[in-house]
Ligand binder design. Structure first.
Ligand code: SF4
Length: 355
C-alpha cells in the first residue's frame, strides 16, 4: 500500500472556492435511507408535484406498499390563502395519523417552492406535537434543494432531532450518522467488545431508544456531512471527538482509537479487539488496490464524502490525487483527513457548472 506522508498534509492548503450554478440532488433524497433506519417514523414532505416525483422515482416504492414517506402537495391555488394551507396540512396529518397508528415520529419536511417557504412549518409542528402528545412527536426540518446537497437532508433531520433531545449528565458516547445496517451492527459489536457502555446512535431506530445529551456526552460523527448536527451537539454542551472518518482499515482503526483514548481503553484491549478485523479489512483492500494503484483521481463536489474518500483512495489504495472537490468543507470535521492528504493536492469547495 502506498502512503504519501507529510506532517500537515492539506490542512493549510489554499481552497479554490467556486460559487456558481451547482447541480446536485436536493435534501429530500436522504429520506430514502432515513425512513429505512427510523422504523417508527414517517416523513411528510410539504412540497410540489416535482418533490413527489423525485421521491417516488428515487425510492422506487410502489404506492400500495404503504411506504413511510409521502408528499402533501401544495397546489398553486394555495398561494392565495396561506391560512387554508395550514388547515389543509393539519387535516392531512390527522388523516394520516388515524390511518397509520404505527407512526410515533412525524417529520414535516419543508421544500423549496416559494409557497412552502412561506408556510410556518415550525409552528405547525409545535402545535401538532402538543395535539398528538404523547403518542406522536412532530418535528420539522427543511429538505430544500436551494444551496444544499442531498446528504445535507440527513444533517438537517439530525439537527432537528438533537434540538429536541432530553438533557442529561450521564457519561456516554453518541455516534452521529446513518450507516448501513450491517456496518451499524458491526460497529456496536466492536464498541461493546472494547468495553464501552452507554453508546447511542443517531438517528435512533425507534423513538423509545432514548438518547440524551449534556456536558458528559462525548460524540463522534460517522459521516462527514453532519456539520449542522455537529454544531448543535456542541451547543447542547457535548464534546466532539475528532478523527479521520471510518473509511478503510486505517480510517476505521484511527476512528475507533480516538474513541478509546477518550474513554481510557488500554492499548492492549484495543489491539486484542481490533487486530483481526483490521487484518481482514487490509486483505480485502489489497485486492482492489491492485487495480487502483497509480491511477489518477479527480473528485467532483457532490456529497461532502469526498475528502475522507480521497484520503482512503490515496493512502490505502495508492491513487494519485489531482483535485478533491467538496460542496462545503467543514474544516473541523474533515481536518484529520485533510491532514493526511498529500501536499500539493488541489482542494476545491463549491461548484460552477457554467464555467
Ligand atoms: S425540494 Fe426543491 S429541489 Fe427538491 S424536489 Fe422539491 S422543488 Fe425540487
Amino acid at each position: 500500500m502506498s502512503s504519501e506522508k507529510s506532517l500537515s498534509g492539506c490542512t493549510n492548503a489554499p481552497v479554490l472556492k467556486e460559487r456558481g450554478q451547482h447541480e446536485v440532488f436536493c435534501g429530500l433524497t436522504s429520506i430514502i435511507w432515513l425512513h429505512r433506519k427510523m422504523q417508527d417514523a414517517f416523513f411528510l414532505v410539504v412540497g410540489s408535484r416535482t418533490c413527489a416525483h423525485l421521491l417516488q422515482s428515487a425510492a422506487g416504492v410502489m404506492v400500495f406498499a404503504e411506504p413511510r414517506f409521502g408528499t402533501a402537495i401544495l397546489e398553486e391555488t394555495d398561494l392565495a390563502g396561506m391560512a387554508d394551507a395550514q388547515q389543509e396540512l393539519e387535516r392531512t396529518v390527522e388523516e394520516l395519523l388515524s390511518r397509520r397508528t404505527d407512526i410515533r415520529r412525524l417529520f414535516l419536511v419543508g421544500s423549496c417552492p416559494s409557497e412552502v417557504i412561506k408556510l410556518d412549518l415550525a409552528t405547525a409542528a409545535e402545535k401538532l406535537s402538543e395535539q398528538y402528545f404523547p403518542k406522536v412527536n412532530v418535528i420539522n426540518y427543511s429538505g430544500s434543494g436551494i444551496e444544499t446537497t442531498f446528504t445535507q437532508g440527513e444533517d438537517a433531520c439530525l439537527e432537528a432531532v438533537i434540538r429536541g433531545l432530553r438533557s442529561s449528565n450521564d457519561e456516554q458516547l453518541v455516534i452521529l450518522g446513518a450507516l448501513p445496517d450491517i456496518v451499524h451492527d458491526q460497529m456496536l459489536r466492536l464498541l461493546e467488545q472494547l468495553g464501552l457502555k452507554n453508546v447511542s446512535v443517531l438517528p435512533q431506530v425507534r423513538v423509545d431508544d432514548e438518547v440524551s445529551v449534556g456536558s458528559n456526552t462525548h460524540f463522534i460523527c460517522a459521516q462527514p456531512f453532519l456539520g449542522a448536527s455537529f454544531e448543535e451537539m456542541v451547543r447542547r454542551g457535548a464534546k466532539p471527538i475528532f478523527a479521520p472518518f471510518p473509511f478503510g482499515a486505517n480510517g476505521t482503526t484511527a476512528w475507533l482509537k480516538a474513541i478509546c483514548d477518550i474513554f481510557g481503553i488500554s492499548k492492549e484491549t484495543f489491539e486484542a479487539v481490533t487486530d483481526a478485523p483490521r487484518r481482514r479489512a487490509e486483505i480485502a483492500i489489497e485486492k482492489v488496490s491492485k487495480i487502483l494503484t497509480g491511477r489518477s483521481l479527480f473528485l467532483f463536489p457532490d456529497s461532502q464524502l469526498e475528502i475522507p474518500l480521497a484520503r482512503f483512495l490515496n493512502q490505502e489504495c495508492g491513487m494519485k490525487l489531482i483535485e478533491v472537490g467538496s460542496p462545503y468543507i467543514h474544516k473541523q470535521l474533515v481536518g484529520p483527513d485533510l491532514q493526511l492528504l498529500p501536499e500539493g493536492t488541489t482542494i476545491s469547495e463549491g461548484q460552477d457548472v457554467d464555467k
